[in-house]
Design a protein. Structure first.
Length: 283
């Protein structure tokens, strides 16, 4: 395991970790979810490394090991994460391992990045885990929908204005986030088709340019990345070769999976080979 920083062209650097494999067949870029640091993915990265895949984990700017100073001083947006941060790790991996194919696994916003990043054509194939168009109205369950509405429409704008950042760690929402990330995300949740309705993103056209094989995973007990919300995200990827797999926890012998559970160790035996085997076939 090797730790280092990857510079971002715009500004700043990404704290990254390389999990090296013996006689590696490919390099896997692991794009994290919002407010989730790379340590959450280390067990999964170690598993893929054991299969013969180099794995690169990292933190987006303003989170984890990629914070320079205080999070309130970070002015990047979620769109910057998907374009600049993902672009930086892709270019780094291509330069470090020019003879190996690049693969990716994207969790939640990491899956959005696979759909929208201009670096995606450098990949051979990618896996999208629990990624969805995060429109508030698609959240399943009245109580959870009301909770998300309150966080996104009330607490996020208020706390970002008062604190200068989103203090997510104090609210049990994962890591603290730059206000510019949180407010852009909040704005997208109000739009009927999420970032596809943001004219500054040109997201539908960008998604249509993706021509990769994509494995898309969803879980029946995920209230956010439910089938409807995944459909909304994936619909503009009209030229990708999409394979969808949907799992009910009971069918794979797990008590729960939800939005975060795929990457927990307890899911390893039941779910990780679904992705590991697919990546090896794609390498």
């Amino acid at each position: 395991m090797e730790q280092f920083d990857i510079p971002v062209v715009d500004q700043g650097a990404l704290g990254a970790t390389l999990w090296q494999a013996q006689q590696a067949r490919a390099v896997v870029l692991l794009h994290p979810a919002t407010a989730v640091t790379q340590s959450y993915y280390h067990a999964f990265a170690a598993y893929l490394s054991g299969l013969g895949l180099h794995v690169l984990t990292y933190d987006y700017r303003g989170t984890g090991r990629s914070i320079a100073g205080h999070v309130r001083d970070c002015k990047v947006t979620m769109a910057d994460w998907m374009e600049q941060d993902v672009g930086a790790v892709t270019q780094w991996a291509a330069a470090r391992f020019p003879a190996l194919p690049l693969l990716a696994v994207g969790h939640s916003v990491g899956g959005h990045a696979i759909a929208l990043s201009s670096a995606t054509p450098q990949l051979r194939a990618a896996v999208i885990v629990a990624a969805h168009a995060g429109v508030t109205r698609t959240v399943r369950g009245a109580i959870e929908r009301a909770r998300v509405w309150t966080v996104m429409r009330v607490l996020a704008p208020l706390l970002c204005r008062v604190c200068g950042y989103m203090p997510g760690s104090r609210l049990g929402l994962g890591e603290d986030l730059p206000s510019s990330v949180m407010l852009q995300w909040s704005g997208w949740t109000r739009l009927p088709r999420y970032f596809y309705d943001d004219p500054a993103m040109d997201a539908a056209a960008r998604a249509a340019r993706v021509q990769l094989p994509l494995l898309v995973l969803g879980f029946d007990d995920d209230p956010w990345a439910n089938r409807r919300a995944i459909d909304l995200l994936m619909r503009p990827l009209v030229n990708a070769q999409v394979e969808r797999r949907q799992f009910a926890p009971s069918e794979v012998g797990l008590p729960a999976i939800g939005h975060m559970g795929f990457f927990r160790k307890r899911s390893g035996a039941a779910l990780w080979p679904q992705v590991g085997d697919w990546l090896l076939r794609s390498a």
